[in-house]
Design a protein around this ligand. Structure first.
Ligand code: ARG
Length: 461
């Protein structure tokens, strides 16, 4: 027999077309364990309020426990007539507890406060899992940075050679945003930790049920302050979606570099066989598919976020069925990141850097020109003049096809009276790196401190 949650005022069941459109069990079924946990907590406050006897509560909890086991074992599943996870589980409860007792559980709650609570419970758990997976990528970056404490490479802006930096510095520049993504999930949890249970359909419950008790029971810090807000808002879901999208973007930025570094032209990095793929036609190929998939999937998780935001933007208070569309985007993000992050961590951990090539290219493209200008400033030359002089050095060298460190004493003096032979001290990668020794700079001593800080931050969580 068909169990509907709302059949009373209807002459017949829904059309097949409506059923097909309306159904959500193919994606919301993963919330079943959270719905059952919510039901247990709700049964307890019903008993507290005197709406279930203690025998009824025992019977209800027992039936819910059995239902939970059957769901976990795959023995109880939603059927076509079940509109959503709540409908299916009510059917399962009634099958186990009987219609008399099973029919009492729904008092004082609505699918509106139920679903709003379940999504939060689910996402809070997922945020912890994803944060740990992100931290593993951070640890892989930290390990690689630690393995290359003094290897220089060309630092770039506009993808052009800019100034030499340490490889460890560049790698850690990808670790910090990921650590902030973890921070974001932690900050987010403060807002996610309010339970909408007890908001009812929108106006709260008249049955004397205690939202604080339900919230505590379900591991929330407390109930939402406003029952309309509790059932109608999804900013907490959208914020989760933003952090997921940002994480995808942060992986994608690094991916782009790995893909470039792995080209013949760059030749900075080699991918481990276990973390790269071949071509079905070109036998020589070894492709950076993990990085490419990370870059591609970033587009997908951004789409999840923007789709969700678009769903939310026009909604009047309180619950609207549009809100059913909040789940698939974040489920997709969670599933995407759950497969991406471990593969990404493995790829990073097994990268082999060609540090000789990186070091050889570090001073190319006149990347020490800024060092000349800053050396001149230390000699008391105004920066405007210093910039001109260093630029003239570059032009002089470019015209003759030589490098800055090839300039003779006479040529230096010819370019500017300020350029004494002492300037050569900064015309090396080592000299340039060592000179950038303020906090956050690329000097080896500073990067070593930074590495310790990143390691400590990652261990804090
Ligand atoms: N399945 C819905 C959702 O995911 C919850 C049900 C609310 N339905 C309703 N007619 N009030 O948001």
């Amino acid at each position: 027999e068909r169990v509907s949650l709302w059949g009373g005022r209807f002459a017949g069941g829904p059309s097949r077309e409506l059923q097909a459109l309306s159904q959500s069990t193919h994606f919301d079924w993963r919330l079943a364990p959270y719905d059952i946990a919510g039901s247990r907590a709700h049964a307890r406050v019903l008993a507290q309020a005197g709406l279930l006897t203690s025998d009824e509560l025992t019977g209800m909890i027992d039936a819910l426990d059995r239902l939970e086991r059957d769901v976990a074992a795959g023995e109880f599943l939603p059927v076509l007539a079940d509109e959503d996870v709540h409908t299916a589980l009510e059917r399962g409860l009634i099958e186990r507890a009987g219609p008399e007792l099973g029919g009492k559980l729904r008092a004082g709650r609505s699918r509106n406060d139920q679903i709003a609570t379940l999504v939060r419970s689910f996402l809070r758990e997922q945020a912890r899992t994803l944060a740990n997976l992100v931290l593993d990528v951070v640890d892989a970056l930290v390990e690689q940075a630690a393995a290359h404490p003094s290897a220089p490479m060309p630092g770039r802006t506009h993808l052009q050679h800019a100034q030499p930096v340490l490889l460890a510095h560049q790698l850690l520049a990808h670790a910090w945003p990921l650590l902030r993504d973890v921070d974001r999930w932690i900050d987010w949890d403060v807002r996610a930790a309010r339970s909408p249970y007890g908001s009812g359909a929108l106006a709260g419950s008249s049955l004397g049920l205690d939202p604080v008790a339900v919230a505590t029971d379900l591991g929330f810090d407390g109930p939402v302050e406003n029952s309309i807000d509790g059932t109608a808002s999804r900013d907490v879901v959208a914020e989760f979606a933003f952090v997921s999208a940002m994480t995808g973007i942060d992986l994608s930025r690094f991916s782009e570099e790995i893909i470039l570094w792995n080209t013949k032209e760059f030749g900075f990095v080699r991918l481990d066989d276990a973390y790269s793929t071949g071509s079905s036609i070109m036998p020589q190929k070894k492709n950076p598919d993990i990085a490419e998939l990370a870059r591609g999937k970033a587009g997908r998780v951004i789409g999840d976020l923007t789709g969700l935001l678009a769903t939310l933007k026009g909604l009047p208070l309180a619950y609207n069925r549009d809100l059913q569309e909040d789940k698939e985007p974040v489920f997709d993000q969670v599933d995407t990141l759950a497969v991406l992050l471990p593969a990404f961590a493995g790829m990073v951990r097994t990268l082999t850097f060609d540090t000789d090539r990186m070091a050889a290219l570090a001073p190319q493209g006149f990347s020490l020109a800024t060092d000349i200008a800053e050396w001149l400033v230390r000699q008391g030359v105004p920066f405007r003049v210093a910039h001109e002089v260093a630029g003239a050095c570059v032009k002089f060298c470019e015209d003759r096809g030589i490098e800055l460190w090839d300039l003779t004493d006479a040529e230096l003096a010819e370019i500017s009276e300020h350029l004494t032979p002492d300037v050569r001290a900064v015309l090396s990668v080592e000299g340039s790196l060592a000179s950038r020794d303020a906090v956050g700079g690329t000097a080896p001593a500073r990067v070593a401190e930074q590495l310790d800080a990143a390691r400590a931050r990652s261990a804090e969580y």
